[in-house]
Ligand binder design. Structure first.
Ligand SMILES: [Zn+2]
Length: 288
């Protein structure tokens, strides 16, 4: 999620630190070149990697798994999000200590996270470090960075909902991901977070784990529910793209979908599982 830029002096110190790291040794130079090549191969130079002291084979493995080129193509195909006008910097630390140091040098205003999207002097920057879930984090934060280049005033819940949807590897996105099973437990237990409630959240510290889950759930419904729901999302994004007046989806969706909370519940508990089952049957018939 975007945060305020750092002061000029801090930014300069960070630049010098990164520049120093870039010159620190041949291992880093090789690693950076390998990572840049891995990203360029899939993402046409949309991302620029700075990865001090990270082994090149690890970077290649992570970027092959993250598949950021596919992510950018999917954001274009599904939501009409164009490629950004300038490359997005990916600053990957060798470990959590290096990451914390970069985060503190940038004076990131949001609570510390293992991965962050920030803007620094107008440039999109994703910060993280080498860890087991780095590929997922790069897709999540990379989605924020690509979205923000297109959508200057996205509500927090929709920003997080779209990032949570696209953070999963492509084959898992329609069927679920990390939020799916806890969400089903919420819905079966009668728990619901409405769009109107999500629209009230204005800072990352306002978002609970359940808010993230329902932000993902509403996004999934808008993408995979009835065409009227998808059209409402597209219209919202197009209005943002054209800098037009924007009405919250909490107001526009009920005009198209009466009782959207009931529709969301039906989507996850009945309609979507049936569609997945039909798709599985269809593919097994084709395979047979
Ligand atoms: Zn996020």
């Amino acid at each position: 999620m975007a945060t305020e830029r750092s002061a000029a002096m801090i930014a300069r110190r960070r630049f010098l630190w990164l520049a120093g790291a870039a010159l620190a040794g041949s291992t880093h130079g090789v690693a950076q070149a390998a990572a840049s090549a891995a990203v360029r191969a899939g993402a046409e130079g949309l991302f620029r990697v700075e990865a001090a002291k990270v082994p090149p084979e690890e970077l290649r493995r992570v970027f092959a798994k993250a598949n950021l080129g596919e992510l950018q193509q999917e954001l274009l195909r599904v939501l009409n999000v164009p490629p950004p006008g300038a490359p997005i910097r990916l600053v990957i630390g060798a470990d959590a200590t290096a990451h914390r140091k970069t985060v503190s040098q940038l004076r990131v205003a949001t609570p510390y996270r293992r991965a962050l999207y920030v803007r620094d002097r107008g440039q999109a920057v994703v910060l993280s470090y080498l860890h087991d879930e780095l590929a997922l984090d790069l897709r999540h934060e990379g989605t924020h960075a690509l979205l923000h280049a297109d959508q200057p005033a996205l509500p927090l819940w929709l920003d997080e909902g779209i990032a949570s949807y696209f953070q999963e590897p492509a084959p898992l996105r329609p069927a679920g991901g990390i939020h799916h099973d806890p969400l089903l437990r919420d819905l079966r237990g009668g728990r619901m977070t409405t769009l109107a409630e999500l629209e009230q959240r204005s800072g990352l510290s306002d978002l609970t784990a359940r808010d993230y889950r329902f932000a993902w759930a509403w996004t999934h419904y808008l993408l995979h529910g009835p065409h009227a729901a998808t059209r409402t999302l597209w219209c919202r994004l197009e209005a943002g793209r054209r800098r037009q007046a924007i009405e919250p989806l909490a107001l526009t969706l009920p005009r198209e979908i009466p009782q959207p909370e009931a529709a969301l519940r039906r989507h996850f508990l009945q309609e979507w599982p049936q569609r997945l089952e039909q798709a599985a049957r269809f593919s097994s018939v084709r395979a047979g």
